[in-house]
Design a protein around this ligand. Structure first.
Ligand code: NCD
Length: 312
């Protein structure tokens, strides 16, 4: 039986190296299926609910295409305003409803910890597709897949994460996941008030990973292998003046990238709102359009297959 069968996927912390390797192996298989045949009937007869309380393009659509490419069906709930949630129903009751009709629930919700609360009230597997400023574990796995496809090994890489490190859940999950490899080095680059949460920093340090925190991207660019850019998360600011001041604190331009090594890669979970200029898109090192989005579908196909199929 595979280690993820019947399991919830709530946090990057639940993964050990072996399970990450398994997800990567199955994701590579899924890539082959899509490239050769477009689809398979591996999950025929299974249903996935996609229950999204927050806006989403990529995560939502890639989960839906993942399920459909594996022959499964979907219950797509993107506008929760049309569900009983507006009548005051609790999250626990809502997810229990959808698990009565489907085999797995994929949840995106604005509150930290909501995925755990939902999972605890269900019997069937729940996949966290983003819980507020908490985590986004499936994004971390697709980011890992992208990094692994571009380097011969993870150990020794210098990973620079830049932008809103306080509120960016993709950063939270990816930095936890990559910390399984203590020989990597992190540069966390952000304005002072958007630093990585202290608890997360401590967790990373405890694993023996070396890290540098600062405000100036220029200082670390020449030694960077992976440049991971994020947007300032407008929806998490109570004071929009502060957001306006910070939103373009970093803008990645071709000029700035002259200092980045030829073999480095540039990633972004998307959406971007001005922090990478469009001229960067044709840079061979930029993978956010050419690789990351497709990888999201392969990795989510792998996760759905692993959670729903004992032997795969
Ligand atoms: C991210 C998210 O929702 O956390 N988007 C995504 O899932 N690809 C990043 C973001 O919104 O900034």
């Amino acid at each position: 039986m595979n280690a993820l069968f019947g399991e919830d996927i709530l946090t990057a912390e639940q993964f050990d190296k072996k399970t990450v390797d398994l997800v990567m192996k199955i994701a590579r298989k899924m890539q082959k299926i899509v490239e050769k045949k477009g689809s398979s009937d591996l999950l025929k007869g299974k249903l996935m609910t996609a229950l999204f309380y927050e806006p989403s393009s990529r995560t939502y659509a890639s989960f839906i295409s993942a399920m459909q490419r594996l022959g499964g069906g979907i219950i797509p709930i993107q506008g929760v305003q049309f569900s009983s949630v507006t009548k005051g129903e609790t999250l626990a009751d809502t997810v229990r409803t959808f698990e009565s009709y489907s085999d797995v629930v994929v949840l995106r919700h604005p509150e930290v910890g909501s995925a755990k609360i939902a999972a605890d009230s269900m019997v069937k597997p729940l996949i966290n597709a983003g819980d507020g400023v908490g985590e986004h574990p499936t994004q971390a796995l697709l980011d890992f897949f992208t990094i692994q496809n571009n380097f011969s090994k993870i150990d020794g890489l210098h990973v620079t994460m830049v932008g809103d490190l306080l509120n960016g859940r993709t950063i939270h999950s990816l930095s936890k996941l990559l910390s399984l490899y203590p020989k990597i080095h992190y540069n966390f680059i952000s304005p002072d008030i958007l630093r990585l949460p202290d608890s997360l920093k401590k967790m990373i340090q405890k694993k023996g990973v070396s890290l540098f925190e600062g405000d100036r991207l220029e200082e670390v660019l020449p030694t960077t292998d992976v440049l991971y850019v994020t947007r300032v998360q407008k929806e998490r600011f109570s004071d929009l003046d502060t957001y306006e001041k910070l939103k373009h604190h970093y803008v990645i331009t071709p000029t700035l990238l002259r200092d980045l090594k030829k073999k480095s890669i540039i990633m972004h979970p998307l959406p971007r709102v001005g922090e990478i200029s469009p001229e960067v898109d044709t840079d061979k090192r930029a993978l956010y359009i050419s690789e990351q989005m497709k990888n999201g579908m392969y990795v989510r196909m792998a996760l759905l297959a692993l959670v729903l199929k004992k032997d795969i």
